[in-house]
Ligand binder design. Structure first.
Ligand code: HEM
Length: 141
């Protein structure tokens, strides 16, 4: 319909509630995966909450993450965690399962993965000499 507002990916995944459900399923799977679990800190709650805020904004919803933490600078924020290609593969596998578990339409899943797959591989830093000091709740510009 001309002039009708286009649905964002944020709308298509079920907005805030949908994002929360997807990220919960994703984190539950990470928690149970011996390949990727050791990369994460002992307490998974802060990361779970941050990924919810980030996903809302990354999918076209309100800028919930940046309001709290500044620029995402995702690669920089992942430096304290040693991530290899296998971890990127597991991460994507769990995210795909989470989208399917919450009945995200197949077209939306495709659009999300087109952007998510390169982003996940961009996080790989295992064989690089990068600063590993924890960033925690840092607000980055
Ligand atoms: C490639 C595999 C990945 C691994 C192994 C990984 C692992 C991690 C770990 C260990 C944390 C820290 C959690 C904490 O501080 O409690 C984290 C944070 C985060 N990750 Fe990832 N991640 C990956 C890919 C991604 C991708 C593709 C995205 C975005 C779509 C993403 C978004 C985030 C966000 C927003 C945070 C919170 C950053 C902050 O504010 O500290 N991650 N991730």
């Amino acid at each position: 319909m001309p002039g009708a507002p286009q649905a964002t990916l944020f709308d298509l995944v079920g907005r805030r509630e949908g994002v929360a459900a997807i990220v919960d399923t994703f984190y539950d799977r990470v928690a149970a995966d011996p390949e990727i679990r050791p990369v994460y800190p002992e307490d998974l709650a802060p990361g779970r909450a941050k990924l919810k805020l980030f996903f809302e904004q990354w999918l076209g919803g309100p800028p919930a993450y940046s309001e709290k933490y500044g620029h995402p600078r995702l690669r920089r924020r992942h430096f304290p965690f040693v991530i290899d290609e296998k971890h990127a593969g597991r991460w994507l596998h769990h995210m795909r399962h989470a989208l399917r578990a919450h009945n995200v339409p197949v077209e939306a899943e495709r659009a999300i993965f087109e952007r998510l797959a390169p982003l996940a591989h961009h996080m790989v830093n295992a064989h690089e000499d990068v600063p590993r000091e924890p960033l925690g709740e840092a607000v980055l510009e």
